[in-house]
Design a protein around this ligand. Structure first.
Ligand code: ZN
Length: 476
C-alpha cells in the first residue's frame, strides 16, 4: 500500500525575558532549586497574576516574523489538571482565542522549497520540574518550582509535513528565526526549546487523517527526525499487518532508537478550559500591532539575499554566515573596516568555523571580530602569508591572544628582505641542478617544487610572491 505520513509539530519556546510571565521572579537557568519563587508562581491562595508586557511584545514580534495574523482580542484560560509540578492545579494558557493565528515557516527539504503552515501561536506559563531520585533504596521525588511561571510560546503547526527531513528543516528554520529576532535562546539542552510530534499515516490521495500518535521526549532535532522515521516504519508495518493503530502518546527512547507507549487516549486528560477570571482579556490595537512590525530586524532570508547581492558571496558562504545573526554581524563588523568581503567571508566561514563544532559556540569564542580584522590586515600588509595566518589563527583560538602578539612572540613575521630570499633561492638552485635543467627544457611544472623547497628553507615565512618573482628571474 502506498502510504503518506502526516506530521504536525508543537514547539514550546521559552521567551528570553528576565522575569516570569505573571510575577517578578527571575527566569535564569541553573539556579539552586526553589530560589526563584514567590507566592504568585507557587500558586498561593489569594494572589493575583499580572501579565509581563514583554511576553506579549515578544510573542507578537514572533507572530510578525512568522507571518501570522495578530489578534486584536485574545484571552488567557485556565487549563486544569493535577500534577505535583503545578501547585495551582491549573496552567494559565490560551485556548480558543490565541494571540497569533496562522502563519508559515518556509523550508527547503530534499531540494524542494515548501511553506509549512502554522495553526497558531499562544502564550502560556511553564510548570515546575519533578526530580526523581535514581537511588532505588531511597525512592523519593522532589519538585523544583524555579521553572513555574516561566513564559512560553507554543507554536503549533498544521499537520502539513510528510517526512522526518521536513520536520528537521522546519525546526532549524523556526529556531533560526526566533534567535534572529531575539525572543528565545532556543536551547534544547536547557529545555528552552521543546518539541512534540503528532504523526499519522494514510493512503496517499486520501484526505481524511489516520489515527494519530503523539511522540514526546526528543532532546535534539536529529532525535525528532529519527523518532518520525521510526514511527513511519512502525505504523507502516502495523497497517500492512491489518493491525489497528491506537491513538496514544509514546516516548522516544534514545538508547534503543525506538518509541515506547506512555499512555493511551483513554487515560487522556479533560482539561476543562475556562477564561482566567484574574486576567483581563488582551486588547491590542492595529496601531500597536503595526508599531511592533516596525521593530522586526532583518530576517534570515532577507539577510541572505542582501549578502549575496551586496558582497557578491557564493551561496554557500552567504548561507553559512547568515545561519546565525551573531555570525552575520561578526562578518559585517570585519568588512566595515575595509577588509575585502570575499576574503573575510572565506576566513570566517571556512577557517574560523573549522575550530567550532557548531555556530552557537561562536558566542563564547575568544577570537573577537577586532582580532579577526587584525589578522586579515596582517595578511594584507604582507607581514604574514596566508599560510602562516592559518597557524596564527589556531593560536588565537587556543590562547585568546591578539594576532600581532602571536606573530611577535613566535617570530612569524614574513621575510620580505630581497637579499635574504635571493640567498635562499640560490641555495635551492645549487642543490637541484637536474630540476633546473628540466625547467630549462620546458618542464615548467617543476618550478612548483623549487618554490616549495625555498618556502621550506624559510620555514614558511618567505613572502610567496617574492619567491616566485626572484625564482623566475634567476631561471630566465
Ligand atoms: Zn514568582
Amino acid at each position: 500500500m502506498d502510504l503518506e505520513a502526516v506530521i504536525g509539530l508543537e514547539v514550546h519556546a521559552q521567551l528570553n525575558t528576565k522575569t516570569k510571565i505573571f510575577c517578578g521572579c527571575p527566569t535564569g537557568f541553573g539556579s539552586e532549586s526553589n530560589t526563584q519563587v514567590c507566592p504568585v508562581c507557587t500558586g498561593m491562595p489569594g494572589v493575583l497574576p499580572v501579565l509581563n508586557k514583554e511576553v506579549l511584545q515578544k510573542t507578537i514580534l514572533a507572530g510578525h516574523a512568522l507571518d501570522c495574523k495578530i489578534a486584536n482580542y485574545s484571552v488567557f484560560d485556565r487549563k486544569n489538571y493535577f500534577y505535583p509540578d503545578l501547585p495551582k492545579a491549573y496552567q494559565i494558557s490560551q485556548f480558543d482565542k490565541p494571540i497569533c493565528i496562522g502563519g508559515t515557516v518556509s523550508i527547503v527539504a530534499d531540494g524542494n522549497p515548501r511553506d509549512i503552515k502554522l495553526t497558531r501561536i499562544h502564550m502560556e506559563e511553564d510548570a515546575g520540574k519533578n526530580i526523581h531520585s535514581s537511588d532505588i533504596s531511597n525512592p523519593v521525588s522532589y519538585v523544583d518550582y524555579n521553572r513555574t511561571g516561566v513564559p512560553l510560546m507554543e507554536i503549533v503547526s498544521e499537520p502539513d509535513m510528510h517526512s522526518g527531513e521536513e520536520a528537521f528543516q522546519y525546526l532549524m528554520n523556526l529556531r533560526k528565526i526566533l534567535r534572529y529576532i531575539n525572543v528565545s535562546d532556543c536551547n534544547m539542552e536547557e529545555g528552552s526549546f521543546r518539541c512534540d510530534v503528532n504523526i499519522s499515516l494514510r493512503p496517499r490521495g486520501e484526505s481524511k487523517l489516520g489515527e494519530k500518535v503523539e511522540v514526546k521526549n526528543m532532546n535534539s532535532f536529529k532525535a525528532v527526525k529519527a523518532a518520525i522515521e521510526h514511527e513511519i516504519k512502525r505504523q507502516t508495518i502495523m497497517i500492512e499487518d491489518k493491525e489497528r493503530i491506537k491513538q496514544e502518546t509514546r516516548l522516544w527512547n534514545p538508547d534503543k532508537s525506538t518509541t515506547e507507549s506512555m499512555r493511551s487516549k483513554e487515560e487522556a486528560h479533560d482539561y476543562r478550559y475556562f477564561p482566567d477570571p484574574d486576567l483581563a482579556p488582551i486588547s491590542v490595537t492595529d496601531e500597536q500591532i503595526e508599531a511592533m512590525r516596525a521593530e522586526l530586524p532583518e530576517l534570515p532570508i532577507q539577510k541572505l539575499i542582501r549578502f549575496k547581492d551586496e558582497y557578491a558571496l557564493s551561496d554557500l558562504d552567504a548561507e553559512t554566515l547568515c545561519s546565525s545573526r551573531s555570525l552575520a554581524d561578526y562578518f559585517e563588523q570585519v568588512v566595515s573596516t575595509g577588509i575585502d568581503a570575499k576574503k573575510a567571508a572565506n576566513w570566517i566561514a571556512n577557517e574560523l568555523l573549522s575550530f567550532v563544532e557548531n555556530i552557537e559556540q561562536m558566542q563564547n569564542f575568544k577570537v573577537t571580530h577586532e582580532m579577526m580584522t587584525e589578522l586579515l590586515q596582517l595578511i594584507d600588509s604582507s607581514v604574514i602569508s596566508g599560510k602562516i595566518a592559518k597557524t596564527v589563527l589556531g593560536r588565537m583560538v587556543e590562547t585568546g591572544n591578539s594576532p600581532k602578539k602571536i606573530v611577535e612572540d613566535e617570530g612569524l613575521t614574513q621575510v620580505t628582505d630581497t637579499g635574504a630570499i635571493e640567498a635562499m633561492v640560490d641555495e635551492v638552485l645549487k642543490a637541484n641542478p637536474e630540476i633546473v635543467d628540466e625547467i630549462k627544457n620546458g618542464k615548467d611544472k617543476a618550478k612548483g617544487f623549487l618554490v616549495g623547497q625555498v618556502m621550506k628553507a624559510a620555514k614558511g615565512k618567505a613572502n610567496p610572491q617574492m619567491v616566485n618573482k626572484i625564482l623566475a628571474k634567476k631561471l630566465s
